[in-house]
Design a binder for this molecule. Structure first.
Ligand code: MN
Length: 228
């Protein structure tokens, strides 16, 4: 289209291991998808269907770039997560074929202004400004799904300044990757370019300017950023 009245926005993209970029359309995030994290947030993990919130695609921070400490918060928390990249869209995707819609996987951080999120929860308001702010989604290099079996188990870990802060296993996901895709595709029609942050294990905590965050998901890769 050549009649845009302002220049069209750039397409957010994630570098792919081996070359190229994965173009990003939307970012969906699953809430409370590990039991121990749900408990540390004061929720009962046995009584919830999966629920979702979103971040804008241009919240991504790639290539190990620094993440600026966000405004309007004094409680920036890390949430280390497995990220799923949708290559083939669809609605009402059956769980049995859900993984065939995945193009790749990455390690990512669902950075959270916990003070704003907690205030929103208390007041029954949306989470958007606690979750979907600028630079709130650092992500590592994406690995094509064709290269390895779907990650259903394996260590997920985050170190801050070299000390382990979060350490769990993908087998502890309450809703598996396939179940999450199937359920989300009932709520919205998934499209190529959609990312799903699949939730964080326990151990979330605050970071400060200068902290170095290094996350890893076994078999999937790493994510690194420094808070600036
Ligand atoms: Mn999260």
């Amino acid at each position: 289209m050549s009649d845009f009245v302002i220049p069209p926005p750039a397409i957010a993209a994630v570098p792919v291991d081996g070359g190229g970029h994965f173009p990003v359309r939307r970012i969906f995030c699953v809430g409370r998808n590990y039991a121990e994290h749900a408990r540390e947030m004061g929720a009962d993990p046995d009584r919830e269907l999966p629920f979702f919130f979103c971040k804008p695609a241009d919240a991504l921070v790639t290539g190990g770039a620094a993440m600026p400490y966000p405004p309007m918060s004094s409680s920036l928390h890390h949430e280390m997560e497995l990220v799923v990249a949708i290559g083939t869209g669809g609605a009402d995707i059956p769980e049995a074929s859900a993984l065939s819609h995945v193009w790749g996987y990455a390690a990512g951080l669902d950075m959270t202004r916990r003070d704003l999120q907690n205030q929103a929860k208390k007041e029954g308001k949306p989470w958007d400004m606690g979750k979907g702010f600028d630079h709130s989604a650092p992500i590592g290099t994406m690995i094509p799904a064709a290269r390895f079996p779907a990650p259903t188990r394996g260590a997920i870990e985050l170190k801050v300044n070299g000390a382990v802060r979060q350490s769990s296993d993908l087998s502890k996901l309450i809703w598996s990757v396939a179940e999450t895709i199937a359920y989300l595709s009932r709520l919205v029609t998934l499209a190529p370019g959609d990312l799903i942050f699949t939730g964080t294990p326990e151990g979330v905590a605050a970071v400060m300017r200068g902290d170095v965050l290094e996350g890893s998901v076994a078999g999937v890769g790493t994510v690194r950023t420094v808070i600036s």
